[in-house]
Design a protein around this ligand. Sequence first.
Ligand code: C2E
Ligand code: MG
Ligand code: MG
Length: 557
Amino acid sequence: MKKEIENELHRIVHKAVNSPLTSEDFELLCREMNVVKMYYDLEFDSEGYRGLGEGEEDTSKYRIFELYSEDTESDIKKKYTFYFDANEYVHAWIEFKKGITEEDIDEDICGFLADVVYLLVSRQNMRAMLDFSETHDSQTGIMNLKSLGAKYMQSIARYPEVEYVVLYANVKNFKFINDRGGVHLGDLAIAKIAQKLQEYMREDEGVCRVGGDNFAMFVRRDNLDVMLNRLKIVQVDGLMGLRNNSHRFSFRVGVSDTDIREFGTKLEEASTACVVAKTILKKDLVVFNMELSEIISHNNQIVAAFPDALAAGEFVPYFQPKVNMRTGVLLGLEALCRWQHNDSIIAPAEFIPLLDRKGMIHDLDMTILIETCRCIHEWQEMGLKVPVVSVNFSKKNIFIPDIEKKIITAIRDNDISTSMLEIEITETAKESEIGRLIDFVRILKENGFKISIDDFGTGYSSLSLIHNINADEVKIDQSFVRKLGRDDKSLILIESIVSIANRLNMRIIAEGVENTEEGRMLMELGCGNAQGYYYGKPVDFEDMTKILMNPEFEALE
Ligand code: C2E
Ligand code: MG
Ligand code: MG
């Protein structure tokens, strides 16, 4: 690519990370490329592919984003198509100076430019969504949690004599709607449920969507029974594709009716009650009480037992292969923590989120790192060919003083090369974390480590993070793989992630591949690497040793 063009692209990408782009930003770039006009059209609510022909621009149906325009006539117009969302289509249009011929145009550069600009535009759309979501849930239009907390404070200040209870409600069997009518119907149903709940509220009460199919609300104590009755059946109409185009939803509800006035505590009690209702008691209604505190006390026991268990070597890495599906070649391993406690193996879901919340995850992550280094060393001593091994690092670690030094020392002590290790980190949307994360990654990379972005696609910051962080690998979260074949959005998202990763020279790998069907679909979408039960569940050191002695996997056609 021409140096000038490359420089300009860099500048624009850099700027776009922090602020919206204007047409002036594109001016120099367009000049270099003999472009006189560059714009995007975005079509809403279309059924399938629109196939816009030349000269057929009915702007009433689309929204045009003009990125650059020099009021000059042009001869050649090029179109690049992107799938922006399940049924919104984006076309990038690039028009060239009069007199420019097809031979003068470098298709690759134009395609690349269209790609990059598409990413920037979708990122700015995302930012607009985030602004709205400061106070509202963008999908349903009702309040978000922050606003609900603020309204609660207003209400107790205005009506000090009134007692309020907090409810945490989860829609029962919501999966049915997604399975029956796709994510689209699910989105519509959630929005309609939210509106219904909103209608039930009195003027000093409030409801918000917490995320997914979860809602939080506060109501007057003397209104609680009425509300609980209503939540037994919420009828929603206008859901095409279901019997009678309607569905009766019901909720699983956790209630906090304690005398505490503080909203955060009440909400936590209500949500604990709801989780217990769903996972342990299998009941529709659970009011928070001291028994539930037992669950919390179980958590406390884990926290208390942790230091001794750690010292006793009860936390060990298991290993799961990462495989190139086309060739069957073993690309790497991921170390996943297991707690070997009293003859049973405890999975990370039971303790990692808890230890992370309690600020204790650093010691665990360092232990798994060190144990992993020992395993690598041992395998190498046995003369085995060991691929790069990744370890998971909680973001809390990046704020530990001298964390990079600690990691490097751990590797040196075990006499292995830093290039054997890959650190898996998850995305972040928090401004306060991004700067530190970038430094952390830079220092580790300078020291020869590889970096992988885990669970990609589940956070909001994806695009800015990927531009700022020079990662080696992007892991598509397994939730997308689970929805393959059932949900167009997942296909589109995977395609976009693949295209970004390819452009930025990052390896792309899908998590949670369980069968050949998923593997083949991923390969069709351009993702040729996988980690998942199909290739092997996480196994301990001994079992992985056997695999490394003969690391052959079947190539998928
Ligand atoms: P992760 O890093 O995204 O790891 C992938 C998880 O998906 C692992 O769960 C793995 O066993 C599971 N998995 C892999 N293939 C399949 C599949 O085909 N189907 C299904 N259903 N699951 C599959 P695991 O081992 O339970 O770990 C869960 C999470 O706990 C990890 O997600 C990671 O975020 C965290 N974790 C594990 N070990 C550590 C650690 O040492 N430190 C930190 N900070 N987090 C860790
Ligand atoms: Mg991971
Ligand atoms: Mg993951």
